[in-house]
Design a protein around this ligand. Sequence first.
Ligand SMILES: [Mn+2]
Length: 237
Amino acid sequence: MRFLSAGTTHVGLKRQHNEDALLDARERALWVVADGMGGHEAGDVAAKMVVDRLAQELSEGSVEDRLEKASAILEEVNGDLVTMAQGGAKSGTIGTTVVGLVIDEAQFGIFWAGDSRAYRVRDGAIAQLTRDHSLVQDLVEAGMLAFEDAEHHPDANVVTRAVGAKEMLKVATRTGDTRSGDIFVIASDGLTKVVEKFEILDIVTSRNPMQSVDALLEMTLQRGAPDNVTIQVIRVG
Ligand SMILES: [Mn+2]
């Protein structure tokens, strides 16, 4: 199976540091986006640790095996980050969201924690594959907040699950079928809070992955890019 993939990470226009990180290991059909939190370089460390450990330890195999392995790796990193935060001079969390995509013959697998997202585009439609682990997502599902208001809610940035946030981490996973022509988009909330789903669909269906990444970043920057933004677009050949 062949893939065409492209990705970028950008500090945005309001933040001083880029605490996002990405991994494109297309030879192993593995792509990851991590969005670090904690400030003062803590988020940096967490996002890089997640990306590096997955790059080093997540080998080839069936989608099910790889999702299991990815969860185990992330649970280990979670423990390391919790220990690091407890031992540090600075109080607070050293954490990161993560979303990862693996693909084999006719199947994809997604693993994630937090509000970084994955989408699949097929037959002119876009579907969100992940469910945000965020306060506003919980409020929307409880019927306490309108979907349209979620992105502008004062607590829109509060995630309820992250690598490094708590002693225990449950990584969410999901599998599905894939076929030639499918396009996957994985991104940090720096993109998804600024660019609508239908706009992502429009862009990726009319461009190759490299052009898509450029156009999505450009749109985010034109709208003020309040956060770090990381985007990967993967087309199944
Ligand atoms: Mn972010």
